[in-house]
Write a protein that binds this ligand. Sequence first.
Ligand code: GLN
Length: 245
Amino acid sequence: MEVIKIKPDNITDVDWKILNELYPNNLKEIIKKLESKYPVQYLIGNVEFCDSIIEVNENVLIPRFETEYFVEKINKKLKIFSQNTLKILDIGTGSGCIIISLAKKNNQYFEAIDISFSALEVAKKNAINNNVNIFFKEKNILKEELDNDFDIIISNPPYVDFNEPVDIAIKYEPQNAIFANKGGLEFYERILKIIKNKPKIIAFEIGMNQGKEIEKMAKEKFPEATISIEKDLTSKNRYIFIENS
Ligand code: GLN
């Protein structure tokens, strides 16, 4: 049998070792996939995200670094609230990475929704593996309303405009987790529309050029809110927090 020892350049030593263990007999095929930019995370089957191991497959977006920093920021904001009093909702949960990380560090009521049944399967498994209690629901928020009022609403929705140039690697990820209509803004517009109460915090991950427009929408809905656009670790505007006192 031919032995292939050549590690593709873009793969770390650690990942290469795992791939060798997982696919000892299919390395040729694996290298071919990696050369076509197939995500190594799907081949390995999990990623590390904010101190948790999150399983991933083609039904969920691969968690991004900027989303880890989003969770860090939300955790800081949640610190001032007392235990067990908040209802927290994650819209478009995908793998569940955000809400699971929050549920590990905070003792509140957590709910997460997604349009995709197969994504929810992954998220439920991840919640069990990480020992947290989250109530999951299948819901298409573009067509349906929210069932309840929530104190904290979090979302990293699809926000990439269909015309934006993107890395080819994302073609393997669920396209409905990445792209959105209205220049990528349709989910922010819709979420703000279907919120009926005045949540203490609405936290969105956003595209780096979307801050001003989302701020405007948020101001129309919540004229008295404190709104802050915050940067990710590469100094790009990446998050918006809408806080009602
Ligand atoms: N931030 C992701 C990317 O750049 C897209 C995920 C999203 O739209 N929320 O690929």
